[in-house]
Structures are given as C-alpha cells and as structure tokens.
Design a binder for this molecule. Structure first.
Ligand SMILES: Nc1nc2c(ncn2[C@@H]2O[C@H](COP(=O)(O)OP(=O)(O)OP(=O)(O)O)[C@@H](O)[C@H]2O)c(=O)[nH]1
Ligand SMILES: [Zn+2]
Length: 297
C-alpha cells in the first residue's frame, strides 16, 4: 500500500500523486457502493496494480476543504499582487487576508513584477514610512517580492511550497500564471491526458486539478474569488487585523469598534504611525460591510 494525494478526478478515474509519480486509480467496489466523493487534496492509500495503475483502498479524514475551487487539505494561499502594472489593490489584499485566515489557511503574500518596479522612477512618496511589502511584514505576515521574469526571489518561495498544498489567489494580471510557471521551472508533472486549459469551457463542470509544482501541489484554479467578507459579528472584525491586538484593550470603551468612538487606542496608533493608514481605512470600510451584512441575517 502506498500513500498519496489525489490530484483530480476525471472520466471515471482518479489521478493520485505518490512516490513522485501519477497513478491512474479506480475505486474499490466498497467505495463505489458508498458513492464516496473524493476531492483533489484528499490523502488516499492506493494499491498498485502495475503500469502506473492502482486502486484506491482508503482515505484519511480531511483537515479542511475549500469550495470554489473544491480542494481538500489546503495548507496555504499564495496571495499574488503586482508591485506595479497594475498597482496593488490593497483593499482586495486585506479582504483576502480575512477570508483566508477565516478558512484557517495560512496566507503568504507574494508581490510580483519586482524587476519592473525597480526600473521605474521611484514614486514620490517620501512621506510614506515604509514600502507596501514592509507594511505587511511588520504586521507579521510572510511576504515575498519576486520577479517571474528574472527569477529574483523564486528560489526562496519555492522552499515554502515543498510538501504543501497551495492555492493561488489575486486579481487578474497580477502574475498568477507566470508565478506558477516560474515556480515549476519547466518541471511540471503532467497528469497524463490532454491539457486541461485548452479544454476549458467545453465541459459543463470544471475539473479542478492539483499540479505538482516546486516539490508541492498547487491548484490550477485560483481561489477566494468572492469579494464578500465572511459572515462575522462586527466586534470580531478587529481580530482579523493582528496589528490591532496590542492596542485593542486600551480603548476607553471595551465595546469600542474603533470607528467614531472617542479615545480609541487603534485610532491613536494609526495617527502616530504604528498602524498603517490604509489598513485602518480598510478596517472601517469593512466594518460598514459587516454591519450591513449583519442586518441581513
Ligand atoms: N515584468 C514582469 N512581468 C510580469 C511578471 N509576472 C507577470 N508578468 C506579466 O504580467 C502579465 C499578467 O501575467 P499573468 O501571469 O497572466 O497574470 P494572471 O494573474 O495569471 O492573470 P489572469 O490569468 O488574468 O488571472 C503578463 O503579461 C506577464 O508576462 C513579472 O514578475 N515581471
Ligand atoms: Zn477603539
């Protein structure tokens, strides 16, 4: 028996990555009868039957599962934003950080197009205390600045993908496909039949697939495409802003929502530069959204 990870289901077969190979697997009768549904990312035990064919004999319980794309056991989300062309949409980044954290998935922030950014005239932001990547580093997030063109930063990032199941997220044009290609460095392992991308649209259901990439597995379909914040109580929003933690208990009111209340320690921290202005602005925008959504429940 070999342990592996299910990459995708397709045409009645399941493709499982194990021992550095892709196995075309059928299900044991017992599973067929139970009509067990498997997702890419499921950890399974397979019994080889020769010629890269095998039978799925069992599955481990899932640690988590995402919908859109449907993947099990996701370890981390790579939130991909360009440093320039287009300018990073930090409202979207802050939104994604909340969604990912709420799904109990580790966020990694990847800023792409470093090559382009470095050749451009420095922006006239001498008032800005720190660069955008530094804002997020200071909060404690894991941040990479890379170029998919020249390969700067790619080797370091590759190490973070090893043995992990990752999903990419981020706006159109940020460089998600380019990043995937840079990370795989031509060493992509094909799953054995006609390319997924060229066939897209012809199927009514989308077949999500995990691709072997940089010693780990990466979903071929971006995740977290909904713009809506997860359902939460208004007082919980601040917990998704880790840099608020050390200040939160110093507001005059214990019920402070850090919006228009007097003597708010978060607002004070923003004014003296300890909390980034854009982060605080987004907190207040999101707060209104959470309050509006609460009314609809
Ligand atoms: N100079 C430079 N260009 C890049 C880099 N990464 C991506 N690009 C370019 O940016 C454009 C968009 O890149 P894609 O990889 O297609 O972006 P994407 O996020 O997959 O976009 P969607 O498929 O629309 O979601 C392409 O023209 C890439 O060549 C980079 O690191 N440096
Ligand atoms: Zn407050």
């Amino acid at each position: 028996m070999i342990e592996g990870v299910l990459l995708k289901g397709y045409g009645g077969f399941y493709y499982v990555y194990a021992e550095d190979r892709v196995w075309e697997c059928s299900l044991r009768g017992r599973f067929r009868i139970k009509d067990q549904d498997f997702l890419p990312g499921d950890r399974v035990r397979i019994l080889p039957e020769g010629n890269n064919k095998a039978r799925i004999e069992g599955a481990e319980p899932r640690l988590n599962s995402l919908t859109r794309p449907s993947i099990a056991n996701v370890d981390q989300a790579l939130l991909v934003f360009a440093l320039t062309s287009p300018k990073p949409d930090l409202n979207l980044l802050d939104r994604l950080l909340i969604q990912v954290t709420c799904s109990e998935i580790e966020p990694l922030i990847i800023f792409t197009k470093l090559d382009k950014y470095l050749t451009e005239a420095p922006p006239d932001d001498s008032l800005a205390k720190s660069s955008i990547p530094d804002i997020y580093r200071r909060i404690g997030y894991t941040v990479f600045e890379v170029s998919n063109k020249t390969g700067i930063g790619i080797t370091e990032l590759r190490k973070c993908l090893e043995e992990k199941i990752s999903v990419l997220a981020g706006p159109s044009g940020a460089g998600k496909s380019s990043l995937f290609n840079a990370l795989s460095d031509g060493k992509q392992l094909k799953t054995g039949e006609i390319s997924q991308k060229s066939q897209r649209g012809r199927h009514t259901t989308r077949h999500v697939e995990l691709m072997v990439c940089a010693g780990g597995l990466v979903a071929d379909t971006p995740g977290f495409s909904s713009l809506f914040l997860p359902k939460m109580k208004r007082e919980d929003l601040a917990t998704y802003f880790p840099e608020f933690d050390e200040h939160r208990n110093h507001c005059r009111f214990s019920s402070c929502l850090h919006d228009k209340e007097p003597d708010c320690a978060i607002k004070a921290a923003q004014e003296n530069g300890e909390i980034s202005g854009t982060r605080y602005d987004h907190y207040r925008i999101f707060l209104q959204e959470v309050i509006a959504a609460e009314r609809r429940y």
